[in-house]
Design a protein around this ligand. Structure first.
Ligand code: BG6
Length: 497
């Protein structure tokens, strides 16, 4: 189904996200035939550029579209580029909105975009409110003769209070149903598949509760350090950057009750309830016992010295910002009472992987030779990335004498599907926004519920910078002490080990 006629107005058009993610996503949607003929993009930013210069930089000479540029016939690329325009908004994103409104009106005429506009805020978050206010004052936020949508990038707030302030500010100018808060993990095929795995298979759902699940483990690891984003990251840290957003989104999908339909609001209502049922850690004592953080340190690897976090560009040499976080928590509701959840995330780890592991309880009565507990429990491993798929581990008899039990694997890989066209997360999410589907976007109350859980941990960590903070070598699975956080006999599952 093609998207309706519309214009996408990108604030922060000369930024990294636009060239790295948004334009390739738009290009794929264009190539896939998803976009209406009456579509155009207006890039907005603080630099001075002509339409031609913007097209050359963002498309024709973009390193992120290089492959397309060499294989595509130049006319197709040129036709794609001609749908792009540029508007300089001056130095502070606070002026020239009349000019912008006029430009939008004339492009609307030129491209026949039917007065349907999406504003994509790919700017520093400090500008979100200013832009929303100015759009509203320029008469661009009210849906009178077409739709008006606002896509907002993460980080969405810095803590609970700032998230609420931002939500209130945006609600001043836009209705909640016009606001699309992007969390690119929700655009990942395998994250969406969590819902399908749970709610369209009667072999899993009956077991999905405290009676049969022993614990749940989620690992998110990246091999890279903070790269060129030291300045941003040092004010953020793993808890804000990954846990509050992406990982709690995964948690909400694992934990939620079945929605009554696949309607966006029904699904989001259940996610909010799930997030609200996470047990908030109240005392510092509880937080210290159930959380742990780490920072990667300078490491010798094969005779070469690899930088530690504090040596990275833009990072305070005495920074206590965590690049690794591990958290144990409980979900206080009927389904999950007493089941521990263990979630960890880190940079500079041995491999890039995100997976959720559901550990089922071991059989009540042991009939056969016991081995160590870890190898005995049934596990459902949901591989979010890479090698997207699902793995089930179950016991089989070792051939030969006696009844020795060993674990066997049953595996499914997305890449084995014939229709394995996995859309990039941004492509999928943009397409949804263009079609007005909010299912995979975070709602205001959802974001606030996630902050409500994270806030006390942030505060406790800020007040006690040295407590539970450990160094770890680059290329390892984080501080050794993190093993103490997880059940003795189980330990973390380190994929690839
Ligand atoms: C971003 C974080 O939201 O997600 C980055 O800001 C992180 O620090 C990235 O590297 C990870 O995304 P992905 O899709 O590569 O797992």
């Amino acid at each position: 189904k093609k998207t309706p006629n519309q214009m996408l107005i990108i604030f922060g058009a000369s930024g990294d996200l636009t060239s790295r993610k948004l334009i390739p996503a738009i290009y794929n949607l264009f190539k896939g035939g998803h976009l209406s003929k009456n579509f155009c993009v207006l890039g907005v930013s603080r630099s001075n550029m002509t339409d031609e210069e913007f097209r050359t930089k963002a498309i024709l000479e973009s390193p992120f579209l290089q492959k397309e540029n060499s294989k595509e016939d130049p006319q197709t690329m040129q036709a794609f580029a001609e749908q792009f325009h540029y508007q300089d908004l001056g130095s502070d994103y606070d002026h020239s909105y009349d000019l912008l409104a006029n430009r939008i009106a004339s492009l609307n005429e030129q491209h026949g975009t039917s007065g349907n506009y999406i504003f994509y805020l790919s700017t520093p978050p400090s500008l979100y409110e200013v832009i929303a206010k100015n759009l509203s004052e320029a008469g661009l936020s009210k849906e009178k003769d077409g739709f008006r949508r606002l896509i907002v990038e993460k980080p969405f707030g810095y803590d609970l209070e700032s998230a609420k302030t931002l939500n209130d500010a945006l609600h001043h100018y836009f209705d909640e149903k016009q606001v699309y808060r992007i969390d690119h993990y929700l655009g990942k095929e395998t994250v969406q598949n969590l819902l399908v795995t749970r709610f369209s298979n009667s072999i899993f759902e009956p077991l999905w509760n405290r009676r049969y699940i022993h614990h749940v483990e989620i690992t998110n690891a990246e091999t890279v350090g903070v790269e060129k984003r030291g300045g941003y990251y040092d004010k953020s840290g793993a808890l804000r950057d990954m846990f509050q957003s992406h990982l709690l989104q995964i948690v909400s999908l694992l934990v939620m009750e079945p929605p009554i339909s696949s309607d966006a609001e029904e699904i989001r209502d259940e996610k909010v309830k799930a997030l609200k049922s996470l047990r908030i850690m109240k005392s510092e004592e509880e937080i210290v016992k159930n959380t742990l953080r780490g920072q990667y340190v300078k490491t010798e690897i094969d005779g070469k010295t690899v930088k530690g976090y504090r040596e990275e560009e833009g990072v305070n040499p005495e920074s206590t910002t965590e690049t690794y976080a591990a958290i144990k928590f409980f979900v206080d509701n009927w389904r999950w009472k007493g089941v521990p959840f263990y979630v960890r995330t880190g940079k500079a780890m041995p491999t890039k992987v995100t997976e959720a592991v559901i550990h089922f309880k071991t059989p009540h009565h042991e009939v056969f030779m016991s081995q160590d507990a870890y190898r005995k429990d049934n596990k459902l491993i949901i591989r979010i990335q890479p090698d997207e798929g699902i793995l089930i581990k179950f016991g089989v008899k070792v051939p030969g004498l006696g009844f020795h039990v060993e674990q066997a694997n049953m595996e499914f890989y997305y890449s084995d599907l014939e229709s394995a066209q996995v859309m990039d997360a941004y492509e999928r999410l943009l397409l949804d926004a263009m079609q007005g589907d909010t299912t995979l976007y975070a709602r205001a109350d959802e974001v606030e519920a996630a902050w409500r859980f994270v806030d006390p941990i942030l505060k406790c960590w800020e007040n006690n910078p040295a407590v539970n903070t450990y160094g770890y070598s680059v290329g390892t699975w984080g501080p050794r002490n993190s093993d103490e956080l997880i059940e003795d006999s189980f330990g973390w599952r380190n994929p690839g080990d």
